[in-house]
Design a protein around this ligand. Structure first.
Ligand code: NIG
Ligand code: FE
Length: 404
């Protein structure tokens, strides 16, 4: 029996009990225990409480000194694109000089530049890259992450991407409809190819499917065709929608029973009401809006209307080159009008629900022992310490996975 006792923590902060993604008043319901312990046995949380309630323990116990630290659940990044080769630093530099993301995309840069660099890697090379990106996530306190394919757009590279995400411990999403492959004759022709040649094997490797529904990429008819085929193969559904334009992503996500619709920077009042009245989670990606100098998504309006929201990094080489959920929480509190409690719930239980997970996201008896210890006397430093070196220790499945 492996026992880990984390003792003398300044605070333990966790989303309260509940089922499914939190919304409304419950979205801000964080429980805080001062001067606390967390006891983990065999990878699960056995007990949590104030030090005064620590039960007598015997046998072999590993102890972690929590003085000066605050514990939150291990962070969950429910939207990343870690399977890529090369970088887009030259594009970043051009954008800094005034070029727009959409212009660069239209001139053969953007996603298709990364597709060329990703296809140039063999499966081992891709796996090394994804593992490196997973290490970056861990260093920022992320213990569970989703990773999309979508920079292969051919059979072998899409499948290698999904295998690389699995091998690095991520939850794979087949973003087979991220862009139209350069060798295809338009979006319909490309979809003919992926649905007949890639879907069957991708569905064996991935948990979910995703599509970039956007003007000039895949329209709502094409997105429906892709998603319905993926649903038929047993995959959960996600959508990149309303990033630059409203092109029907929210109604389609609701109709098809998607887990989430992600981005929403361009969502207007009607979309806000529709999403709020549905079970689809709105995944907000403020680091991407920041990186591209785009408007922020209407987070406060969504929350006030009763929508379930999650927050994620959107880590990728073009629109969001960051793996830091603490940074995303800072942006949520300073740019999206969310409270620290709403941000915490959005990167823990609500993000877990987007991934179909009910065993992570809270520090409570029976949950998986994934914890992030912040180098802070108050858990709200998570968003407060902007760009700070906030993560002290990460516990994954009851074991210390990272320690500074
Ligand atoms: O979520 N919007 C589409 N896909 C990514 C960006 C991809 C890229 O620029 O390489 C996103 O922002
Ligand atoms: Fe994305």
């Amino acid at each position: 029996m492996a026992t880990l006792l984390i003792r003398d923590l300044e605070q333990v902060a966790t989303p309260g009990p509940g089922a499914g993604p939190r919304r409304g008043a419950v979205l801000g319901a964080v429980e805080v225990t001062e001067n606390a312990f967390v006891l983990c046995v065999d990878g699960a949380i056995r007990a949590i409480g104030p030090m005064s309630a620590l039960p007598p323990l015997d046998g072999e116990i590993e102890e972690l000194d929590g003085r000066g630290l605050s514990a939150i659940p291990g962070l969950v990044d429910c939207h990343t694109h870690p399977a890529f080769g090369g970088d887009r630093v030259q594009e970043f530099s051009l954008r800094a000089g005034g070029a727009s993301y959409e212009e660069l995309h239209a001139s053969g840069g953007g996603i298709l530049a990364t597709v060329r660099a990703t296809r140039a890697l063999d499966e081992g090379g891709l796996a090394v890259r994804v593992a490196r990106h997973a290490d970056w996530m861990l260093a920022h306190g992320t213990t569970t992450w989703e990773g999309k394919s979508g920079y292969g757009l051919d059979r072998d590279t899409e499948l290698s991407s999904l295998r690389a995400v699995r091998a690095a411990g991520g939850s794979p999403t087949w973003l087979g409809a991220h862009a139209v492959a350069p060798e295809s004759d338009g979006a319909d022709d490309y979809l003919d190819f992926v649905l007949s040649e890639v879907l069957a094997e991708a569905a064996q490797l991935a948990h979910a499917a995703d599509v970039f529904l956007e003007r000039g990429v895949f329209d709502a008819v094409q997105a429906r065709r892709y998603l319905e085929a993926c649903r038929g193969a047993g995959l959960a559904l996600r959508l990149h929608g309303d990033q630059f334009t409203e092109a029907g992503a929210i109604p389609l996500a609701i109709e098809l029973g998607a887990r989430s619709v992600d981005h929403l920077e361009a969502t207007g009042a009607e979309g806000v009401s529709a999403l709020a009245a549905s079970n689809v989670v709105g995944v907000l990606l403020p680091a991407s809006a920041l990186f591209l100098a785009r408007p922020m998504p209407p987070a406060r309006a969504l929350v006030d209307a009763g929508a379930a929201i999650a927050l994620a990094t959107d880590f990728n080489p073009g629109s969001s080159f960051t793996t830091s959920l603490p940074l995303v929480c800072s942006l949520a509190c300073t740019q999206l009008g969310l409270s620290p409690a709403e941000a915490l719930i959005a990167v823990t239980v609500n993000a877990a629900s987007v991934l179909g997970r009910t065993d992570i996201g809270r520090i409570a008896t029976g949950f998986r022992a994934d914890l992030t210890l912040l180098d802070a006397p108050d858990w709200r430093y998570l968003g407060y310490h902007l760009g700070g070196d906030i993560v002290s220790t990460v516990v994954k499945h009851g074991r210390v996975a990272l320690r500074r």
